[in-house]
Design a protein around this ligand. Structure first.
Ligand code: ACO
Length: 429
């Protein structure tokens, strides 16, 4: 009769241990009983970069990297991208179920009512230099919001959490749009509550002198799809940051700022900006072979390729390739798209990429679409942060309600000096 246990023999001592297996995992804490002597601290698992460590139990997002599956609360990403909109998907991610018609109306209404920023936040934003990166502005202004909403620190009050979540989802596009307009020296455009979430975002970004901004429905829809695809991705670098910072029971504004800072890096949310730079540098399809050679020689990375989890394909990249074609029906076709498609074709036939299971990730096409829609490259990561706020907050809520979670605090394997005595400056060689 098979048992749900793992038997380990420590060859240092000859002792055997039986560890329970639950959900295909063993508990690292069960390893601590494995000791060579009574004063031994006990065994730990060593896992730099959390390559094979589950840090939580979650019910939000499911990914099967080998099969290229991504589902939010059980719903396949392909179905949500085709049939849902971002606000509905955010509700699903945060609350676990799709909203009824009434719940959807209330949710949209609550978000719409929170889109305005306190006028002082504008003043604060004005202090940034004209060429400040919009992501730097976003990270700082989200953090500053904690000082405007001090009640956000009541993280154990479900009603307060609900209010802060609504505020953050509602205000992120406003902060992002203001950061963008600040970098151009343009006056801020206030939210228009008649418009949908993505339409209003386009309004706050691109409204000029017209009395009422009329967004292109095809572009607003493409943005909805992009936002749906970016809404959550289980325990990635920024979600892990959100949980880790939130585990010290700080307020959600400070935690979201930390998560956004993690997203800022070129290996995470900053990758699509790098993809565009790379495609522009390649310049034409005839330069692709020499570029691929430089990647294979280890001189550089093929940005927008590879993923820690997806080792077959990234389902979001597949959806975005189609979205790119739809966007280019209403905008000018970017020559970079042809370079990207050819680059993908060549890379997918090349043994270097095949052997390492490197496929296009979500960032490979998102930058090209954003550029065609009129977004400058410096806003790309900001466009990722807006929808991902829903995922961060869902992960945060789940963490707070999980009785097994505590302040996040990994262990280390210390390899430094043993104790040594202080040497006065004059005696140091
Ligand atoms: N170009 C060329 N080679 C690559 C690439 C790439 N983009 N990605 C990985 N490799 C190679 C590595 O050099 C390594 O080769 P080796 O075995 O000969 O040493 C092998 O593939 C395995 O790569 P790792 O770095 O071990 O994979 P890891 O899971 O740590 O990294 C990551 C994943 C960070 C996404 C990586 O693939 C990468 O840097 N990609 C480019 C940046 C990018 O597109 N990031 C966006 C990720 S998606 C997101 O955040 C939304």
């Amino acid at each position: 009769m098979p048992k749900d246990t793992l038997t380990l023999t420590d060859n240092r001592t000859g002792k055997t241990y039986e560890l329970p297996i639950e959900n295909s995992t063993i508990r690292s804490m069960d390893l601590r009983q494995i000791k060579v002597s009574p004063d031994d601290f006990g065994m730990m698992a060593y896992d730099p970069a959390f390559m094979n460590t589950a840090s939580c139990r979650s019910r939000v997002t499911f990914i099967d990297g080998e099969k290229g599956i991504l589902r939010y609360r059980g719903y396949p990403i392909e179905e949500l991208a085709e049939k849902s909109n971002f606000l509905e998907t955010a509700y699903l991610i945060l609350k676990g179920e799709l909203p009824t018609r009434q719940q959807a109306l209330e949710w949209e209404n609550n978000i719409t009512n929170h889109t305005m920023l306190h006028e002082n936040i504008k003043k604060f934003m004005d202090g940034f230099h004209h060429d400040a990166h919009p992501m730097g502005i976003l990270v700082s202004t989200v953090a500053a919001m904690s000082t405007f909403y001090p009640l956000g620190r009541n993280i154990h009050d479900p009603e307060s959490r609900k209010r802060q979540i609504q505020r953050l989802i509602a205000k992120m596009p406003t902060l992002a749009a203001f950061a963008y307009r600040h970098s151009l020296g343009r006056p801020y455009a206030y939210p228009d509550n008649d418009l949908s979430y993505t339409e209003n975002f386009l309004n706050m970004l691109f409204k000029a002198t017209e009395l009422k901004y009329k967004p292109d429905p095809a572009l607003a829809r493409a943005l909805d799809v992009l936002f749906i695809l970016h809404a959550d991705h289980e325990q990635n670098c920024s979600a892990n940051t959100m949980r880790s910072v939130g585990s010290s029971l700080t307020d959600p504004y400070s935690s979201v700022a930390a998560a956004a800072a993690a997203l800022y890096g070129p290996l995470h949310g900053g990758a699509n900006e790098q993809v565009l730079k790379m495609l522009a540098e390649i310049g034409s399809t005839d330069k692709i072979p020499s570029f691929i050679k430089s990647v294979k020689d280890g001189e550089r990375k093929l940005m927008g390729f590879g993923h820690r989890v997806y080792k077959n394909y990234d389902p979001r990249a597949k959806i975005l390739r189609k979205t790119a074609e739809e966007v280019f029906e209403v905008t000018e076709r970017s020559p970079l798209l042809d370079i990207a498609i050819e680059l993908e074709r060549i890379a997918l036939e090349d043994e270097y990429f095949v052997k390492r299971k490197l496929y296009p990730n979500v960032d490979f096409y998102s930058g090209i679409i954003y550029q065609a829609m009129g977004f400058p490259t410096s806003t790309f990561t900001v466009l990722f942060a807006i929808p991902r706020t829903a995922g961060w907050l869902a992960q945060w809520e789940e963490m707070l309600q999980d009785s097994e979670q505590k302040i996040a605090r990994p262990r280390q394997v210390y390899l430094g000096h043993g104790q040594r005595s202080y040497i006065p400056t004059e005696e140091r060689g």
